[in-house]
Structure formats: C-alpha cells, structure tokens
Design a protein around this ligand. Structure first.
Ligand code: ATP
Ligand code: MG
Length: 409
C-alpha cells in the first residue's frame, strides 16, 4: 500500500493534535510534518514531500490562502485541502483560486478527513499519470462522434435521475458500445448514490484544470461502474458546484462526445445557462413527463422553449410513473401535440429496492416491467439517427440564453 504523506498547517496546537490523532488510525496515512504559520509551512513543506497539505485559513502573518498560493507553485504535485471554520463561498473560491483542491469545514469527523485526504490524493496521482501520458487516450485512436442524450424537465422529481442511470446501463447493454453518464445536477446530483459510488472524483475536481486547452483531463475524474458505464459525478457539495462554469461543461461534454459512443446527461430542473448549452449540444432530449397538471404545464413550456430554439425534432417525450388515475395518455398527447416515445410504469417496490441497494433495476430486476420499458427506450435511443446539426465537429454552442431572450421579445 502506497502511504499518503500528510502535512498539517494550523496555528492551534490542539487542532494539529486532533488531526494527528485522527490520522494515526488510518493505516495508509502518515503525518510527515506540521507548521503553525504560513511562512513556516512554505519553508518546511517541501522537505516532507507531502502528498496532501491540510491548511488552515486564519494564520498569524501570511494567511492560509497566500501560503497555498506559494506552496502550489513550489509543490505542484501536492494536493492542498483547506480546513477552516469559515464555510463561506468567498473563502472557498479564494482557496480554489490559490490552488487548493478541496475544503473541509471545522469541526469535521475523522471519516470526513480520511475520505477527503484519500480522494484528493487519488486525483493528484491519477493526474500525474495522465500528465506523463500513461492515462491519456491514444491520440491515434480515431475520435468518436458520440450521441448526446439529455434527460430534462423543469419539474423536479419526475424521474430524470432514475431513468438516466438505468437508461445509460441499458444502452450500454443493448448497443455494446461505450457509454458515459454525466451528472449535471451540480447542486444536488445523486447519480453516485444510485450507483453506489463513494468518495469518487467529481466535476468539481476539474474546475482548476485547464480543461479548455486539455479536455482529456476529464478522464481522471471518470469512475467505472461495474455495468461497464463510465460515470462523471456531480460535486459532493453545493458550494463546490458554484465553481463550475458553463465553459467547463461545454469543454467536458464536447470532449466526452469524442471519447464515447453515447453521452447520457442527467440535469437539474431549471433553465440554467449550463442546461441550455447542453440542450443545444444534445442530439436527443428526453423530456420527462407525469400525469398531473403542474408537470403538464412545465412540459408544455419546455416543448415551447425547445421549439423556439429549433430543437423540437430532438424531443422524446417520456411519461414516467404511469398510473390509471392520472391525466390519460391520450389527453397528454393531445394537449402537447406530441406523441409519447415511452411510458414507464409506476413500480415503487422495484425502484425503491434498487435505490436502497445501490443497484439499478435494469441490472437487479431485469424482468420487471419498468426495466423492460427502459430497455425498449434504450433500443430506440441507440438506433435513432443523430440530428444533422450535430453530426459535424463539435463547436462551442452560441449563447442559448441570449438566443432564447431574443426569441421571446
Ligand atoms: N417509475 C417509477 N416508479 C416508482 N418510483 C419512481 C419511478 N421513477 C422515479 N421514482 C421515484 O421518484 C422519486 C424522484 O425520482 P428522481 O430522483 O429520479 O427524479 P428527478 O427528476 O431526478 O428529481 P430532481 O428533479 O429532484 O433531480 C425517487 O424517489 C424515485 O425513486
Ligand atoms: Mg435528479
């Protein structure tokens, strides 16, 4: 087992002692040094060759942000984790800009500490391998022109995530092609919970990377699910999500399209710039629907927006939680002037069991009716031709918010 070398910077001796006590029980970690001031940290840090530096913000003299800035230049391979009582967004942004990898708000548990240390260290090691070329995709392999399938609805809780996870796995099983699932519900994404991933790299790990110039760094944050699907998870905390920009997402989605045959994207329920860009880049948009009036209203507006943006032909209307006592399918189709592409039944037992086990139902309960419906949808999605506008080389989308705004005037 490769030891993780940890250096602690905090002016409070008892905090340093607490951290040492926490880490003492972690067999794969050793504390290689400590400092109580920023200056001391800068001068001592390089001797211990730490993998991870735990850095307090409020230090006498040079503060933790300035010290992080200097240390990240001196030791670019080490991962800095800010530990501070200030959980505010401003500090997080400054710390990330200064080169920190992550942020722990005091008081934290020994488990939170150990998990964060392991995760940032794993990312730093993966990135090192990536930089020396060991994990870079072979440049000679022809770039793919994958199909982007986005699940969308401005109504929360209609089943986007449930269907996205199961659909990605079903597409991989049906097509035997390379599939990546991207969780773009940046503030509250739960794909990693549904797929039972713990403590994995996330989109937040990419925010300090020069992803526009080297989008291949995205590979370092992909997690392999045992189904064969690769997964790019949403940030672990809402504060980290704030740091992700539309440019990051454009670059990573554009890149994943060249690496995978199918890019399945789960989204948050609103018209953010990120979502609108992704809808623009998508070949197919699965608009999720339910049999109640508020959802119908949201769906109608989504169809109007997508039509105004010239994306009506991408829409695949999918009804989830089909039931006999809701608005009928016939009425829904008439009201929306669009036929359903699929209707997935309500199956509380199968879905709940699968979520609680962390095993998608298309794997664990393959013969259930919900799974059969997802497989039918997957067949359709993997057969369906790509829309013309996306068959060429990917380009950065024009600003869809502006486009939408000009259309509505
Ligand atoms: N076909 C189904 N049968 C029974 N339960 C379902 C079905 N589809 C989804 N659910 C349940 O409905 C709830 C909402 O599903 P999910 O989280 O996938 O929706 P969402 O659209 O992603 O929500 P959000 O907008 O909050 O991200 C979950 O508890 C899920 O287990
Ligand atoms: Mg969701």
């Amino acid at each position: 087992m490769q030891q993780i070398r940890v250096f602690i910077v905090d002016d409070a001796q008892n905090t340093r002692e607490d951290i040492k006590r926490f880490l003492y029980f972690e067999e794969d970690m050793e504390v290689v040094g400590e400092a109580s001031t920023g200056e001391e940290a800068v001068s001592l840090c390089k001797d211990g060759k730490p993998d991870v530096i735990l850095m307090d913000i409020n230090l006498p003299g040079m503060d933790g942000i300035q010290a992080s800035e200097q240390i990240s230049l001196l030791l670019p391979e080490a991962a800095i984790v800010i530990i501070s009582i200030q959980g505010e967004q401003e500090y997080l942004k400054k710390a990330m800009a200064a080169g920190a990898r992550d942020y722990l708000v005091k008081p934290f548990t020994s488990m939170e500490l150990a998990e964060t240390v392991r995760r940032v260290c794993a990312f730093a090691r993966k990135k090192r391998l990536h930089l020396v070329g060991e994990e870079k995709p072979n440049a000679k392999v022809r770039a793919k022109n994958g199909k982007i399938i986005t699940l969308f609805s401005t109504k929360g809780g209609v089943g986007k995530t449930t269907v996205a996870c199961n659909l990605a796995i079903a597409i991989a099983a049906e097509s035997l092609k390379d599939v990546v699932l991207v969780d773009l519900d940046l503030q509250g994404g739960d794909v990693s919970v549904i797929l039972n991933f713990n403590n994995v790299q996330t989109i937040a790990d990419l925010v300090q990377e020069d992803i526009e110039n080297d989008p291949t760094v995205t590979d370092t944050c992909l997690s392999a699910h045992f189904s064969g699907v690769n997964v790019l998870s949403a940030p672990a905390s809402p504060e980290q999500a704030e740091l992700v920009t539309p440019q990051h997402i454009n670059s990573l989605i554009g890149y994943l399209k060249t690496r995978f045959d199918f890019v399945v994207v789960d989204t948050a329920p609103h018209y953010s710039e990120i979502n609108l860009n992704v809808l623009e880049m998508s070949d197919s948009v699965v608009v999720m629907l339910a049999q109640d009036l508020p959802t119908l209203k949201h769906t109608r507006s989504t169809i109007e927006v997508l039509s105004a943006l010239n994306h009506r032909e991408k829409i695949n209307l999918v009804l989830n939680r089909l039931r006999s006592d809701g608005i009928s399918v016939k009425e829904l189709e008439k009201s929306l002037d669009l036929a359903l592409a699929a209707a997935i039944p309500t199956d509380d037992r199968t879905v709940l069991q699968s979520v609680n086990k962390g095993q998608p139902f298309v794997l664990g309960q393959k013969s259930s009716r919900v799974s059969e419906c997802i497989f039918e949808l997957a067949k359709m999605m993997s057969r369906e031709k790509k829309t013309d506008q996306n068959t060429s080389k990917i380009t950065a989308p024009m600003n869809p918010i502006k486009k939408l705004f000009s259309l509505s005037r």
